[in-house]
Design a protein around this ligand. Structure first.
Ligand code: DHB
Ligand code: MG
Length: 206
């Protein structure tokens, strides 16, 4: 992966110059002792561009971690736009200007949310991805976009007999995404500083 890492550094130099707010979120993630597993800079920029392309006014993020991707998404919103992000803990409390951070188990918070959201980004505990997809469908409208991180897991998702419950849950998620008649979806594999993984994209078509 060394060449992929070097290429990511090169691409970050071009497309995602150092940014004190984003760097602050990375530092807060580290200081809180959270795993440094947020999306890469170029992936964050992709989320931002997708939200802009959607002209999203309301975004739901399931899985805040230290708030890194939330900042990318929030920056795509017009004045008066809304980002709700579901956090397992208070590590991203500093986000409160840009986003409504809801602390607690996502499955406890989701029933209280009022949609529809224009974009939903799923990036929380992998075991619950199938449940998060069901909620994303409830909380979107025709034309909304659903994006999910970590749907390839180093290629492990291709192994139907994987003993890893996260891999099995992501396999169920991918199968649901593909079979859901309301969605038109695809998965793009990714390489770089986050290793080999993938992002799922699904348009709510009906
Ligand atoms: C893990 C979670 C993520 O969201 C990610 O991008 C990478 C790894 C994890 O739980 O291991
Ligand atoms: Mg992730």
């Amino acid at each position: 992966m060394r060449r992929a890492d070097a290429a990511d550094a090169y691409l970050e130099g071009l497309f995602t110059p150092r940014d004190p707010v984003l760097d602050g979120a990375l530092a807060a993630t580290k200081a809180a002792g959270l795993p440094e597993i947020q999306v890469s800079a170029t992936q964050g920029k992709l989320l931002h561009l997708l939200a802009r392309l959607m002209e999203a006014r309301s975004i739901l993020e399931i899985g805040t971690l230290g708030g890194y991707s939330a900042i990318w998404l929030a920056r795509a919103l017009p004045p008066g736009g809304r980002l709700v992000t579901l956090a397992a803990n208070l590590a991203a409390a500093g986000l409160s200007g840009a986003a409504e951070v809801r602390v607690g188990k996502a499955l406890d918070t989701l029933p209280s949310l009022k949609g529809p959201f224009d974009l939903v980004f799923i990036d929380a505990d992998k075991e619950r991805y199938p449940d998060y997809l069901a909620w994303a469908l409830k909380l979107t409208r025709k034309g909304s976009l659903i994006v999910a991180d970590n749907v390839v897991r180093g290629g492990a998702v291709a192994d139907a007999s994987s003993p890893d419950p996260r891999v099995q849950a992501v396999r169920r998620f991918n199968a649901l995404l593909a079979a859901e008649p309301r969605l038109s979806a695809t998965v793009l594999q990714t390489v770089g500083v986050k290793g080999h993984d993938g992002l799922a994209f699904a348009v709510v078509a009906a």
